[in-house]
Design a protein around this ligand. Sequence first.
Ligand code: FES
Ligand code: FES
Length: 149
Amino acid sequence: MARLTINGKTLEVDVDPATPLLWVIREQVGLTGTKYGCGIALCGACTVHIDGAPMRSCVLPVSAAEGKQITTIEGLAPNGVLTKVQQAWLDHDVPQCGYCQSGMIMAVTALLKDKPKPTDADIDAAITNICRCGTFQQVREAIHAAAKA
Ligand code: FES
Ligand code: FES
């Protein structure tokens, strides 16, 4: 059994403590915005925030997330008002197939909290998410737009 706080709601789930958080979020809790890409912490599709820090949930045992604030893409705009990152994503038509984009947005949101005006070098260092559709240029433009918003 694990006691988790996800997007401000606390719940108990009946899982092995070693289960990756990603599967608990998707299968037990039903929040499917967080995606599975590689399963080995390389692609970033599964990025969520743990106490505000971006973490790759495919390799994080659920036991490591107990007692922490877990935020998924569904929790970024709880009142339906888009964040400046989400708005920049829309304004710059960033998503193509969209599969990597929730993880990308979570990573970028954490970057801008840490560095409100990131340079291209900051972006390259922090945003290592992989996009098979090659949206990297639009991602960069949208990050700079969100930083100015
Ligand atoms: S699915 Fe977690 S990093 Fe790729
Ligand atoms: S938008 Fe398709 S994988 Fe990134």
